[in-house]
Design a protein around this ligand. Structure first.
Ligand SMILES: O=C(O)CCC(=O)C(=O)O
Ligand SMILES: [Fe+2]
Length: 315
């Protein structure tokens, strides 16, 4: 496959990254975002979650029997929220960053992709025991099983706003070929204890510095791990993409979250970024004088000029 049609001059990944994605179902790309891009994002995480830390001296919680691996617990998701967020545009627009959309287009071999899920997540040492069993994430992305066709799959991208070492609860994962060997190609939501024990020695760590991203598919076995460094925090944003129009995949429709601050996104996103959440581009037949006026009434700070300009040009 030539990446030429999916990539730009400002491309932040290589052919090799896409080859790894195609082979392993997952790829870690270090330093995808710059410290300058991350600084305002980190401020936003502090606005949302800074007061949730259990205290500088807090130590790791680990309630497991020795030798066993973890499980899902509600406490792990105590500081977890869907986009949009009550903070500045920086965090709100990070999941819609053009470089992520470009990666998604190349990984899914699609001209047009949609962001269908994005959540921020803060974990703190002592906040919970974050150690999970191996699982796949497709249970809440589709009602059936992931497609065999890469173009109908998803790319779930975890963006690290803070350094994520193993002591900061790095995600652990098993590549597709290794997972297939252990599981004979099966994808149960939760492998049994014997299978968990066989997956364990094959796990790789997604540890990487702040600004890195870890992209994985919904059929890759992985698990969260515990934060063990005293007083540490891990801030991540997830951005999940699918081919536009892929009805196999969903989370909830964005308007379900209609009470959230969409005006922040409309006031700051480009038309290309808004297209990632299903807003027709300028020039699309949806835009008429009436739809423009009504949308502008809903989001007064939205810049309707490119849409109005395209409409005038067509008239
Ligand atoms: O946060 C992580 O490192 C992974 C968590 C996870 O896989 C999940 O909750 O489904
Ligand atoms: Fe997961």
């Amino acid at each position: 496959m030539s990446l030429g049609s999916f990539t730009s001059a400002d491309c932040r990944f290589t052919d090799r990254d896409i080859a790894n994605w195609n082979r392993d179902g997952a790829v870690l790309i270090e330093n995808f975002f710059t410290p300058e891009e991350l600084a305002p994002v980190l401020k936003d995480f502090e606005v949302l979650y800074g007061d949730k830390a259990p205290g500088a001296q807090s130590s790791a919680r680990d309630n497991k029997k020795s030798g066993s691996i973890g499980q899902f617990e509600v406490e792990q998701f105590a500081h977890f929220d869907d986009m949009p967020f009550n903070c500045s545009p920086a965090l709100n627009l990070l999941g819609m960053h053009p470089a992520l959309a470009e990666l998604a287009r190349a990984a899914l071999q699609a001209e047009d992709v949609h962001l269908y899920q994005s959540h921020s997540w803060a974990k703190f040492t002592g906040g919970a025991d974050y150690d999970q069993t191996f699982h796949c994430d497709f249970k809440n992305h589709t009602l059936i099983a992931p497609s065999d066709d890469v173009r109908e799959r998803t790319i779930n991208i975890m963006i690290y706003a803070t350094d994520v070492t193993n002591e900061h609860g790095a995600i652990h994962y098993v590549t597709q070929p290794d997972g297939d060997t252990v599981m004979n190609g099966r994808r149960p939501q939760f492998p049994d204890d014997t299978e968990q024990a066989k997956l364990k020695p094959l796990e790789k760590s997604g540890a990487a510095p702040a600004g890195s991203i870890f992209a994985y598919g919904i059929d890759v076995f992985h698990r969260g791990t515990n934060l063990t460094l005293p007083g540490a925090r891990r801030y991540t944003l997830t951005a999940s993409f699918k081919r536009a129009g892929n009805e196999l995949i969903g989370w909830s429709a964005w308007p379900y979250h209609f009470m959230k601050p969409w005006e922040t996104i409309f006031a700051h996103a480009t038309p290309e970024q808004l297209a990632l959440i299903g807003i027709p581009l300028p020039g699309h037949a949806y835009w008429t004088q009436r739809t423009l006026a009504r949308t502008k009434e809903r989001y007064p700070d939205w810049n309707a000029d490119p849409y109005a300009g395209a409409l005038r040009a067509a008239e």
